[in-house]
Design a protein around this ligand. Structure first.
Ligand SMILES: C[S@@+](CC[C@H](N)C(=O)[O-])C[C@H]1O[C@@H](n2cnc3c(N)ncnc32)[C@H](O)[C@@H]1O
Length: 395
């Protein structure tokens, strides 16, 4: 099989990264923007990381789940890769990925997975744009280092898209390496954080209802938002859950998993998103967060809890009725996980945006006699292969 060769074949399945797999006599070939069951004509495009990649030339028998893609940069962006699949089928695909993951370690009925969907467009309240020498902003092109100028992203909140359009229509914008945006839904105001000082001629007044800050002036990026009855200081500089429609659902899901108790630990607390829910049920809260700016906001948001700015593996792990884990995509590191299971916490709430991280840590928990009691799939990221899992494990 040669690069450039044109072939036909049938897509067998979609991987957990959202690309199709087609079996050929020369081995399996990965195909972007495909759907399982489709007959396609394709060209062998490249070999990368030991895998052959094909490019669709024609979909001979389109799946009934295929929909028209309305994004002009779909093939070059790579940020979302399920846009060609109808939303109902995306949810089915995600549920199957989750079910396959937990079946390896736990007995948990599919009908007990609580599925929470999202409006599939304009759901992101945060954005990270890269800058170009000509002053335009956009995304890094898939598999390259160049930046593609964009007009909008179908996933971003409309206020973020208005900002991007305005920036890119103007000829006065300077080169900035990175622009981080946060739409404050409570204030209906946008916060833009620039990776460097744009100097004095930056056209601040050109952007309505937008507050700018830049490196060294992080304080100016702070605002306050309200989710349910809780208020949080937030910033584009620090982590915050990104789906505007599911913020309340995330809090409600965690709340529905917990009972009254004495002590709870929030191990990757960020600015303290889940802390108000924990505070309603527990007398004493410990929070651990390694990022300097998130930790500062955590302390300001919740001055009355015990907060530690350290990496999780260095935490002293006191006795507690519940430990909540919301680690980064890679999951909980080995040393931290060992210390958690050694401590034998009776209840663990595990929140994950990565099925690989979730699967790795589920295996360890199952090997240490934990059982899976509750499981929710919250689709925080429609049109991408990612989703949030909130699980309750008990010893
Ligand atoms: C997925 S975010 C969750 C934050 C928070 N639970 C929320 O919902 O906003 C993970 C957080 O863990 C922090 N973090 C990453 N690695 C860490 C480590 N080894 N120890 C402590 N915190 C860590 C990150 O800075 C980030 O704030």
């Amino acid at each position: 099989m040669k690069i450039g060769e044109t072939l036909k074949g049938k897509i067998e399945k979609l991987t957990d990264k959202g690309w199709g797999v087609l079996n050929s006599p020369a081995g399996s070939i990965n195909i972007h923007y495909a759907i399982e069951g489709e007959e396609i004509e394709f060209r062998i495009k490249e070999e990368s990381k030991g895998k052959l990649w094909g490019e669709i030339l024609q979909v001979i028998s389109p799946s009934k789940h295929r929909v028209e893609v309305k994004c002009p940069i779909y093939n070059s962006c790579g940020g979302c890769n399920l846009l060609h699949i109808n939303y109902k089928h995306q949810l089915k695909y995600k549920k199957e990925i989750l079910k396959k993951n937990i079946d390896s370690f736990f007995n948990f009925s599919e009908k007990d997975i609580n599925i929470i969907s999202s409006p599939p467009f304009n759901y992101r309240l945060r954005a990270k744009l890269k800058g170009r020498e000509d002053g335009k902003i956009g995304f890094i092109e898939k598999g390259k280092t160049s930046v593609i100028k964009i007009e909008e992203c179908l996933l971003y909140h409309k206020r973020i898209n208005n900002f991007i359009r305005k920036w890119n229509e103007s000829d006065k914008m300077p080169f900035i390496h990175q622009v981080d945006l946060f739409y404050n839904l409570t204030e209906e105001h946008l916060y833009a954080y620039l990776s460097e000082n744009p100097l004095s001629n930056f056209p601040y007044d050109f952007f309505e209802k937008t507050t700018f800050s830049y490196k060294g002036k992080e304080e100016d990026s702070i605002s306050e938002i309200k989710v349910k009855d809780f208020k949080y200081k937030v910033s584009p500089v620090s982590f915050f859950q990104s789906n505007i429609f599911l913020l309340e659902k995330m809090l409600e899901t965690v709340d529905s998993y917990i009972e009254q108790g004495d002590t709870a630990i929030d191990l990757y607390s960020g600015i303290g998103f889940f802390i108000p829910v924990l505070k309603n049920k527990f007398k004493k809260i410990y929070a651990v967060e390694s990022n300097k700016f998130s930790f500062k906001l955590l302390k300001e948001n919740f001055p009355d809890i015990k907060a530690y700015r350290i990496v999780s593996s260095n935490f002293s792990f006191p006795p507690a009725d519940l430990i909540l884990l919301d680690p980064p995509r890679s999951g909980v590191d080995e040393r931290t996980m060992k210390r958690i299971v050694k401590k034998g916490y009776k209840k663990i709430i595990y929140i994950s945006c990565s099925q690989r991280g979730f699967s790795k840590d589920s295996k360890i928990l199952s090997e240490n006699n934990y059982s899976l009691k509750k499981l929710s799939l919250l689709d925080l990221f429609p049109h991408t292969p990612y989703f949030e899992t909130i699980a309750l494990f008990e010893l």
